[in-house]
Write a new protein. Structure first.
Lengths: 113, 113
């Protein structure tokens, strides 16, 4: 248990569906991240939020839409995904001020059919 | 640009043998350094970290790592590997400014009886 909880753990969705991934942390952190991990590829940073403000968007397609309503919650809204979007999506959090390590959730295994 | 290199994609060792996983980084100043481990389908778990001070750091599960500034390296070691150590290992750096973590491509460890 790392203090970062992701739901759901597994998700299968069609290309025309809309779904959301949820991430929650109760570590008092002020930075949250979405990473994509595909088979045989390095971890890809998708989005970074500091104090609920998005500070990084690494050329992620618009079919991925993040939302950070407060410093404890982070969402990734998905719509009209492609099969190549199938991957493990990892959420992480850290304390930007105290320069802590990133704490990761267990991930959501997404399959797009 | 900052980068993290893990030159070994895959390593196989016998149970009880020693292990060293290599990590090199490219960054002008001394970054914060981390090693994470990931079991299949799971999130990343922190093994150890280096911020400053003693260049030999101890982590969980009997792992240690040594920071060598002259070589820009942070290699992970374990004197005697257990079958349960089979997993993917990631080296990561955090700059002293900003809060973006840079990850290596990972080293997959197989442990044979």
């Amino acid at each position: 248990e790392t203090g970062v909880t992701q739901t759901p753990r597994h998700l299968v969705m069609g290309m025309t569906n809309k779904k959301s991934l949820k991430c929650e942390q109760h570590l008092g952190h002020n930075a949250m991240y979405w990473y994509k991990q595909s088979a045989k590829k390095p971890l890809e940073l998708m989005f970074v939020y500091n104090f609920k403000e998005q500070t990084e968007n690494n050329s992620v397609p618009s079919r991925f839409s993040p939302e950070c309503p407060n410093s404890s919650h982070l969402f990734l809204h998905l719509h009209t995904l492609q099969p190549e979007d199938s991957a493990l999506y990892l959420c992480a959090s850290s304390n930007r001020d105290r320069r802590t390590e990133a704490f990761f959730g267990q991930g959501t295994r997404l399959t797009v059919v | 640009a900052q980068s993290v290199t893990q030159p070994d994609i895959h390593i196989t060792v016998s149970e009880g043998a020693s292990l060293e996983l290599r990590c090199n980084y490219s960054y002008g100043a001394t970054p914060y350094l981390f090693w994470y481990v990931q079991s299949p389908g799971q999130g990343l778990q922190l093994l150890l970290k280096y911020f400053s001070g003693d260049t030999l750091v101890q982590g969980i599960k009997g792992f240690e790592a040594e920071f060598k500034r002259s070589q820009s390296s942070f290699n992970l070691r374990k004197p005697s590997v257990h079958w349960s150590d089979a997993a993917e290992y990631f080296c990561a750096v955090l700059m002293d400014t900003g809060n973006q973590f840079y990850f290596g491509t990972g080293t997959s460890l197989t442990v044979i009886p």
